[in-house]
Design a protein around this ligand. Structure first.
Ligand code: IPE
Ligand code: IPE
Ligand code: MG
Length: 239
C-alpha cells in the first residue's frame, strides 16, 4: 500500500529568539539584530506559505520585554511601525492575513492605529494567517479569557476558555519552534501548546533560513502524536 505523503504542520508557532546575540557577535547594537530579525521573518513567512503551512504565529514582543533597556524597547517599537508600513502591501499581495495578538493597552495610539490598519488591509487574504504576538504573554491571555467569561457570567469550561482566548480564530499549534538555543517557553502560548510538538534550534533567529525550517518540519514529521492514546491505537487509526 502506498504511504501518504508526510504531513505539513497546519499551524507553526515560533519564538524568534537570538537577535541580540546575532548583533553582539558582529559588534553591532542589539537593535540591528532585531532589524535583521524582520528580514528573517519575511523569508520565513514566504517559506511557510510555499510549503502549505496555513497558520504561522510568531512571538515578537513579550509582556516581559518591557523590562529591557528603554533604548532597546523604543527601538523595537519604531522597528515595528516601520516594518508594518513597508511590509504590509507585499504581505497582502502574497495572500497573508495579519492578526496582532496581545494587550493593546500600553501601546502608543500610533502603534494601535497601525496594527488595526494592517489587519483591515489584509482581512480578505486566505493563503496564510500570520499572527504576530506583540505585548503578549500566555498568562495574560489565560487571565483575560477568564475575565471575559466571568464578565459574561459564563462557566469556565475548556470550550468556553478556548473561545475567549486571543487565538480563538485558529486551531492550536502543531509545531512549536524556538530558535536561539534556549529550551524554555518564556510565557508563549501556554494554553494553546498543550499538544504542540516542540523543536529547539541552536540557530539564532536572523540565521533561521529555509533549510532550518525544513529541518524543523522533518523533525515534526518523524514524531508520533498520540494525544494520550497508545502507539498501537494510533497506528490502527492511521491504517
Ligand atoms: C528575540 O531576540 C527578540 C525579542 C525578544 C524582541 P532577543 O533580543 O531576545 O535576542 P537574545 O536572546 O538577546 O540573543
Ligand atoms: C522570548 O524571548 C520573547 C520573544 C522572542 C519575543 P526572550 O529573549 O525575551 O526570552 P527569555 O527572557 O530569554 O526567557
Ligand atoms: Mg532572547
Amino acid at each position: 500500500m502506498a504511504s501518504s505523503p508526510p504531513r505539513i504542520p497546519h499551524h507553526v508557532a515560533i519564538v524568534m529568539d537570538g537577535n541580540g546575540r546575532w548583533a553582539t557577535r558582529r559588534f553591532m547594537p542589539r537593535v540591528a539584530g532585531h532589524k535583521q530579525g524582520v528580514e528573517s521573518l519575511r523569508r520565513c513567512v514566504k517559506a511557510c506559505a510555499d510549503r502549505g503551512v496555513g497558520v504561522l504565529t510568531v512571538f515578537a514582543f513579550s509582556s516581559e520585554n518591557w523590562n529591557r533597556p528603554a533604548e532597546e524597547v523604543s527601538g523595537l517599537m519604531e522597528l515595528m511601525v516601520g516594518a508594518l508600513a513597508r511590509e504590509v502591501p507585499r504581505l497582502s499581495r502574497d495572500g497573508v492575513r495579519l492578526h496582532f495578538v496581545g494587550e493593546r493597552a500600553g501601546l502608543s495610539a500610533k502603534m494601535v492605529a497601525a496594527l488595526i490598519e494592517a489587519e483591515t488591509t489584509t482581512a480578505h487574504n486566505t493563503r496564510l494567517v500570520l499572527n504576530v504576538c506583540f505585548n503578549y504573554g500566555g498568562r495574560w491571555d489565560i487571565a483575560q479569557a477568564a475575565a471575559k467569561l466571568a464578565a459574561q457570567g459564563l462557566p469556565m469550561t475548556e470550550m468556553n476558555m478556548d473561545r475567549a482566548m486571543a487565538l480563538a480564530h485558529v486551531p492550536d499549534p502543531d509545531l512549536f519552534i524556538r530558535t536561539g538555543g534556549e529550551q524554555r517557553l518564556s510565557n508563549f502560548l501556554l494554553w494553546q501548546s498543550a499538544y504542540a510538538e516542540l523543536f529547539f534550534s541552536d540557530k539564532l533567529w536572523p540565521e533561521f533560513d529555509e533549510a532550518a525550517l525544513d529541518a524543523a518540519i522533518a523533525a515534526f514529521q518523524s514524531r508520533e502524536r498520540r494525544f494520550g492514546q497508545t502507539s498501537a491505537q494510533v497506528s490502527t487509526a492511521a491504517a
